[in-house]
Design a protein around this ligand. Structure first.
Ligand code: NAD
Length: 434
């Protein structure tokens, strides 16, 4: 393919070199004449292992050239890869001006040439920025062409950019409608990686989720490190042990959006570490704010339910998770308490708790927050549904088919779980974060 790369910074220069290595005919464009001259001299505009050699090699093969002229870059291109900067503005929000300008320049060249050359946006931008730019693009194209705007996030890391480029963990295309499913094979011949074709907004957020997670991981390791050091323990060994656990730690477990955590261990052990930090003056602001963030999840759900004006809520699930009758620190107890105190009539379906309502070892905790719990709790799902307008479901219950329950007009469901089978349930469902 003939590919134009807009922006010859870290991402653009690497892309130019690596795609040339894969056999494409590349042209890069950047308004910075210094970068363009360096590339045309077969040199790298930035420090990146392996990049100078690859650029020199493909200047020699003739597969790479660069220009300051965007029009020249577009002339024969089959696809445009946009790798321009999206720096932060004063409040941290994305400065979209360069990206928008380049998109419109390419749009004009597309209209002029009559070629719907797709734009693959490798620059990182928030969904709202892409939405805005797509709307501006559509206005400029005025129905004469489809947007052919693809959010194609780049996941490489500086310092190992070339290796990352040839061995990506995943390839993501967020397409506006007509995205060709063969993009990946055409662009990256020989590269095998899980490839996702999705919508532009999901693709954009996949990149942000990654980087937020990386930032959280580094901060987490450093805060654990600080507490370990304070306790005279080598955090490198602790984290080596931590990383051995690919079942619960380095795994998809606990990485599904859903309701707050609870139970007798997470909050308690987090509190112990935070208390140690406080007593010894070791500042761990991320760990110190986790509980507040967790409580905020409960408050936010309660507020969303109360904002509907509902008078009665059926809580499906009260224990802190499925397959237990443990109520300690259950976020569902706290949610029930907030709703109860706000004057909402509460009905609860949880057969495991119903069975131990007078004997359970942790009923005291629940009764402290929900004094009327024994009146609220039931093992009769239809009865709870019948008595409630809003049904809040935190988990599936084995043997309970949601569609067979006595739903009626006026019912609504808040799904806190995200993987419930609600097929055939003909009432409005609000997902917590989906
Ligand atoms: N650096 C990384 O490791 C990395 C990794 C993944 C994604 N990203 C994202 O990729 C994008 C580019 O990052 P970068 O680090 O390569 O940025 P960079 O600042 O190194 O490069 C951006 C380039 O765009 C050029 N440019 C400005 N206006 C232009 C125009 N009108 N036409 C063509 N080029 C123009 C600039 O001169 C500059 O050379 C950003 O959105 C960034 O968030 C960066």
């Amino acid at each position: 393919m003939k590919i134009a790369v807009y922006g010859l910074g870290y991402v653009g220069s690497t892309t130019l070199a690596c795609l040339a290595e894969m056999g494409h005919e590349m042209i890069g464009t950047d308004p910075n004449p210094g970068k363009v001259e360096l590339i045309n001299a077969g040199k790298s505009p930035m420090v990146e292992p392996g990049l100078p050699e690859m650029l020199a090699k493909h200047r020699a093969t003739g597969r790479i050239r660069a220009t300051t002229d965007g029009r020249e870059a577009f002339k024969d291109a089959d696809a445009c890869l946009l790798c321009v900067g999206t720096p932060p503005m004063a409040d941290g929000f994305v400065d979209q001006r360069v990206l928008e300008k380049v998109v419109l320049e390419i749009a004009d060249l597309r209209l002029e040439s009559g070629r719907t050359c797709p734009m693959l946006v490798r620059s990182t931008a928030l969904p709202v920025v892409h939405q805005d730019i797509i709307a501006i693009l559509e206005e400029r194209l005025a129905g004469r062409q489809t947007p052919a705007y693809v959010v194609h996030p780049e996941f490489l890391r500086e310092g190992s950019a070339i290796d990352d480029f040839f061995h990506p963990a995943k390839i993501v295309f967020g397409c506006t409608g007509e995205c060709g499913r063969n993009f990946s094979e055409s662009l990256y011949p020989g590269i095998t990686a899980p490839t996702v074709y999705t919508d532009p907004l999901t693709a954009a957020l996949a990149k942000y989720a990654d980087n937020c997670f990386h930032a959280v991981k580094v901060t987490f390791a450093n805060e654990i490190g600080a507490l370990c050091k304070g306790m005279g323990v080598d955090s490198r060994l602790v984290m080596d042990v931590f990383c051995l656990d690919t079942k619960l730690n380095i795994s998809p477990v606990y990485l599904k959006p859903g309701f707050a955590y609870g139970g007798s261990c997470l909050g308690k052990d987090l509190a112990a570490m935070n208390a140690y930090g406080k007593r010894t003056g070791i500042h761990v602001p991320m760990l110190a704010n986790v509980e507040e963030s967790n409580l905020n999840q409960i408050r936010a759900v309660a507020d969303r339910i109360l904002a509907t004006g509902t008078k009665s809520v059926g809580l499906f699930g009260l224990a802190f998770k499925e397959r237990t009758d443990d109520l300690r620190d259950s976020p569902l107890v706290i949610l029930g308490e907030r709703l109860d105190k706000a004057g909402v009539k509460i009905h609860i379906y949880d057969p495991a708790i119903y069975a131990v309502a007078y004997s359970g070892s942790h009923m005291a905790y629940a009764l402290e927050h929900l004094p009327d719990l024994r009146r609220m709790i039931s093992d009769d799902a239809p009865k709870v549904i019948g008595a409630s307008d809003t049904i809040v479901i935190s988990r599936a219950f084995p043997g309970l088919a949601w569609r067979d329950l006595p739903w009626r007009e006026g019912h609504s469901i808040m799904d806190l779980n995200g993987s419930l089978d609600l097929a055939g349930v003909d009432v409005p469902v609000t997902g917590l974060y989906w």
